[in-house]
Design a protein around this ligand. Structure first.
Ligand code: FAD
Ligand code: NAI
Length: 464
């Protein structure tokens, strides 16, 4: 048998890669992880989930003070923005958490190979000029921003999500290209801090992939908050002149062009898998039409000994999906049974209110199962949300008409991201709407809206 330097070598230390490396080491495998960034944690910890939530959290406080929400509760304040301090706490959060992964690597004896990894063959990579061999190699190289043809990101006037997290001043007019998760989260941050924000979305509705009613309601709420929308519209060009940009827009279905002036343009039209420079040709591995590496249910690629997880493989580009795949791939490599149920991956948009969902949309459930039953409960009728002055949103449960099994749960609520965990767990256990309706929920909590939506599936909620 060949002698390898490592049992497992993971390429990329994002949520997919660092979790795979730690779990592999916990299972007694000699493990290394190659990462080209100066800090561990990947997109999520460095320029994604964590810094965006730091800015969302801080700007939410600012907004609550500025928009009168605090005054309504008897707290009169006139907020003054100290953007440098706000950025400082964002950087501190990133530093603390990325340093935490370095600590966990040391604790679990995972070797960090610093540099860009390239395949030499299916069991050898070169990292920073050094060769390392491993019996198993896990590709967890993640994703990066999809460019918009003809538009150059200069990180000054035209920014991507990384630039939008670090703006040195509040823009006067920010135009967000793409009404997806990044556009709405980062658009919300700068709107709350005082920018005028216009969101240009190619499709007729924002938040593709979410339940139709949720998309419509979210659009209404964001409009009420002051975000302007140009739906069914595409950006065909961005001309930068000094510190100003002129965008050319056209109706998606064709028609007369118009222009829009902005001092900040955020390009957020999606992300694409990172495979360039990996040397996949050296191991005979091809990507699919979307640039993703295909795997089987165990996260094996077509090449023996090479596995892949996270944003670089098909499925939603989410940190928790990557993490669960990281655990599963390590367990599979160790000869255990690692499984991820891709039908039950929650997704959350961390705006105000939060928007969350798990499972099928009503539209997809109908297409797949024919007849479905739907129960809805408005947050306005939830005692805690009402008391907290958080009237917007609802919970919606989609269940199979015959078996009553829950197929999807959708929520717009201040704490929807936390609420959705119980829905995911219920679905993981194959719950019916009746199971949820007869589970005792603490009062007064926002989660009672999930119970009442489940009761509404059979037409019998109490509080509406
Ligand atoms: P990544 O985190 O992208 O990590 C891959 C790592 O591999 C990178 O550090 C990269 O430097 C390294 N790498 C790549 N190629 C090589 C190579 N050849 N050699 C060595 N190293 C290499 N998801 C959520 O679930 N919740 C959120 O709130 C959320 N917010 C986000 C906000 C923003 C602004 C963005 C951009 C993304 C957000 N995401 C969020 C998505 C989330 O960040 C990704 O789904 C997640 O990071 C994917 O993990 P990964 O391990 O597959 O890849
Ligand atoms: P996205 O896929 O969520 O949204 C992109 C939007 O841009 C779509 O609505 C699309 O129709 C639109 N679009 C595409 N081309 C366009 C054009 N030329 N003109 C106008 N609109 C156009 O992508 P986004 O927001 O960039 O996020 C990338 C990924 O990052 C997401 O898929 C998500 O998985 C992940 N992410 C997750 C977060 C979370 O979980 N809270 C937060 C931020 C990112």
């Amino acid at each position: 048998m060949a002698d390898y330097d490592y049992d497992v070598l993971v390429i990329g230390a994002g949520p997919g890669g660092y979790v795979a490396a730690i779990r592999a080491a916990q299972l007694g495998l000699k493990t290394a992880c190659a990462e080209s960034r100066e800090t561990l944690g990947g997109t999520c910890l460095n320029v994604g989930c964590i810094p965006s939530k730091a800015m969302l959290h801080a700007s939410e406080y600012f907004d609550a003070a500025a928009n009168g929400a605090m005054a309504k509760m008897g707290i009169k304040v006139t907020p003054e923005l100290d953007l440098d301090t706000m950025h400082g706490q964002r950087r501190d959060a990133v530093k603390g958490l990325t340093g935490g992964i370095e600590f966990l690597f040391k604790k679990n004896k995972v070797t960090w190979l610093k540099g860009l990894a390239t395949f030499e063959d299916a069991h050898t990579v070169s990292v920073g000029g050094q060769k390392a061999t491993a019996k198993n190699i896990v590709i967890a190289t993640g994703s990066s921003v999809t460019p918009l043809p003809g538009v150059t990101v200069d990180q000054k006037v035209v920014v991507d999500s990384t630039g939008a997290l670090e703006l040195p001043k509040v823009p006067e007019h920010m135009v967000v290209i793409g009404g997806g998760v990044i556009g709405l989260e980062l658009g919300s941050v700068w709107r709350r801090l005082g920018a005028r924000v216009t969101c240009v979305e190619f499709l007729d509705q924002i938040l593709p992939g979410m339940d139709g009613e949720v998309r419509k309601e979210a659009n209404k709420i964001f409009k009420k908050q002051g975000i302007e929308f140009k739906l069914g519209t595409k950006v065909t060009g961005v001309a930068v002149n000094g510190d100003q940009a002129t965008l050319t827009l056209e109706p998606a279905k064709g028609g007369a062009a118009e222009t829009l002036e902005a001092d900040c343009v955020l390009v957020s039209i999606g992300r694409r898998p990172n495979t360039d420079g990996l040397g996949l040709d050296k191991i005979g591995l091809q990507v699919n039409q979307r640039g993703q590496i295909e795997t089987d249910h165990d996260f094996r690629t077509k090449v023996d000994g090479v596995w892949a997880v996270g944003d670089v493989i098909p499925g939603p580009m989410l940190a928790h999906k990557a993490e669960d795949e990281g655990i599963a791939v390590a367990e599979n490599i160790a000869g255990l049974t690692g499984i991820v149920n891709h039908d039950v991956i929650p997704s959350v948009v961390y705006t105000w209110p939060e928007i969350a969902g798990v499972g099928l949309t009503e539209e997809d459930a109908k297409a797949k199962y024919g007849e479905v039953k739907v129960g809805k409960f408005p947050m306005l009728a939830n005692s805690r949300a009402k008391t907290n002055h958080e009237p917007d949103g609802f919970v919606k449960i989609v269940a199979d008409a015959r078996s009553d099994r829950v197929l999807g749960v959708w929520a717009i609520a201040s704490v929807a991201g936390t609420m959705i965990a119980q829905a995911a767990q219920a679905m993981e256990f194959g719950a019916t709407s009746e199971d949820i309706a007869y589970t005792c929920h603490a009062h007064p909590t926002h989660s009672e809206a999930i119970k009442e939506a489940a009761m509404a599936v059979t037409g019998k909620p109490i509080h509406i």
